[in-house]
Ligand binder design. Structure first.
Ligand SMILES: *Cc1c(COP(=O)(O)O)cnc(C)c1O
Length: 397
């Protein structure tokens, strides 16, 4: 049987937007002298610093590596406690666990999925001993309540590592002046440039910070921990030789290539257009779902500071005859891709422990959430098609 949508291409929940000049940027690197650790790396870093208003940006090869570098830079070590929201991708937590830190999962608001200051206060009250870092996640690109979390952390002298993998291009404030990733004391911000994120590099990530010390430490850590000055070794006679370098600790190869950086640089010039494109599509979705008894978008189109990463909707299953698996399958048959962000971390074998507090907000968020297609090259017609399809499926009686 030929379905009514057989001639329509698949709409994934997210995808990159690569244009001719992006392709040419990569090709020119391929024809140049440096495929890695060449001029595209500092060029990208400088552009990212300017874009978000940070003193330093350190490029690396994934958002996960960025989070890990940030945790290393603040000196996270065995037994340190780190507060992470239960509604996030595993990397927010595992990057800290690599250093032997104890991850305290924090509950989130069941409608926004965000770890607000109230939930952080609650987690702090229940945690014995000092907390080294708080890691808010700007889920779906939303920065709602982030200032309060940062202020709370600062008041207790706790470092903040923001997982802004969803939020490049977003702002702290409604006036859209203070960019996510911009300078703030005691705050490091991690970004991802995976193809579904705001800009694509294939694989890539970065940390922005106000601190030269943190930046220098992360630049060394991403490149095997090489140090050229600062003599502490035993080869005194070779100190100052052209090849001279030292290793003081184990580190990583977290470098991005010049092909990736050139792609990122080309994409970064389009950041505002991409974010605005996403915002218009979210607004379109919201119009379609306005007044719907079953479908409620997580984002409010009045939220001026969002980066509009995901088109997440809550579905009211109490009023539906089908469950989430059936909805996802029915949409797939209509060439519509979806995803669930995320299975709460306390439900993962990595975290399941008997002593784990109930995290009901994270569970409730998970039960009703679904991410619909959202990326800048979608059309209004695509949005109308997805919206009508979802309505048809959810209202099936
Ligand atoms: C994508 C993502 C990461 C990891 O980024 P990678 O570049 O895929 O390593 C971490 N946290 C969140 C919230 C993400 O969405």
């Amino acid at each position: 049987m030929v379905s009514e949508t057989s001639d329509m291409s698949f709409l994934p929940y997210g995808r990159q937007t690569i244009e001719e000049d992006d392709v040419n940027a990569v090709i020119s690197v391929l024809k140049s002298d440096f495929l890695t650790t060449g001029p595209a790396i500092p060029a990208f870093e400088k552009k990212l610093e300017q874009t978000v208003g940070a003193s330093h940006a350190v490029l690396c090869n994934s958002g996960t590596a960025a989070l890990h570098l940030a945790f290393k830079a603040i000196g996270l070590t065995q037994g340190d406690k780190v507060i992470v929201p239960a509604q996030t991708f595993v990397a927010t937590a595992s990057a800290a666990m690599h250093e032997g830190a104890e991850v305290i999962l924090c509950d989130v608001d069941p409608s926004s999925g965000l770890m607000t200051a109230e939930y952080v206060k609650d987690a702090l009250r229940k945690t014995a001993g000092p907390v080294k870092a708080i890691c808010p996640v700007l889920l779906n690109g939303s920065s709602q309540g982030i200032d309060e979390v940062v202020d709370l952390a600062k008041s207790q002298d706790i470092t903040v590592i923001i997982d802004a993998c969803h939020a490049l291009g977003g702002y702290y404030d409604e006036a859209r002046i203070r960019r996510i990733g911009g300078n703030q004391a005691h705050v490091l911000t991690a970004f991802s440039f995976h193809p579904v994120k705001t800009i694509a590099m294939g694989e890539g990530g970065a940390v922005t910070t106000h601190s030269e010390d943190f930046a220098e430490s992360m630049r060394s850590l991403r490149h095997h921990g090489i140090q050229r000055a600062d003599f502490k070794g035993s080869l005194t006679q070779d100190y100052g030789a052209p090849w001279y370098h030292e290793f003081h600790s184990t580190a990583y190869n977290y470098r991005a290539s010049d092909m990736q950086a050139a792609l990122g640089l080309s994409q970064l010039a389009k950041l505002d257009r991409f974010v605005e494109g996403r915002r218009l599509l979210v607004a379109e979705y919201c119009t379609h779902f306005d007044g719907d008894p079953i479908i409620t978008p997580v984002a409010s189109i009045d939220d001026k500071h969002s980066a509009w990463h995901l088109m997440a909707v809550h579905l009211n299953f109490d009023k539906m005859k089908v469950d989430k698996i059936e909805v996802v399958k029915a949409l797939k048959e209509k060439n519509i891709g979806t995803q669930v962000h995320y299975i709460p971390l306390q439900r993962q074998p990595l975290f399941e422990r008997k002593d784990q507090q109930a995290l009901t907000g994270a569970d409730r968020y998970y039960q009703t959430i679904l991410s619909l297609p959202l990326y800048p090259s979608m059309t209004k017609e695509d949005v109308a098609y997805v919206s009508a399809s979802l309505k048809g499926i959810t209202q099936k009686s």
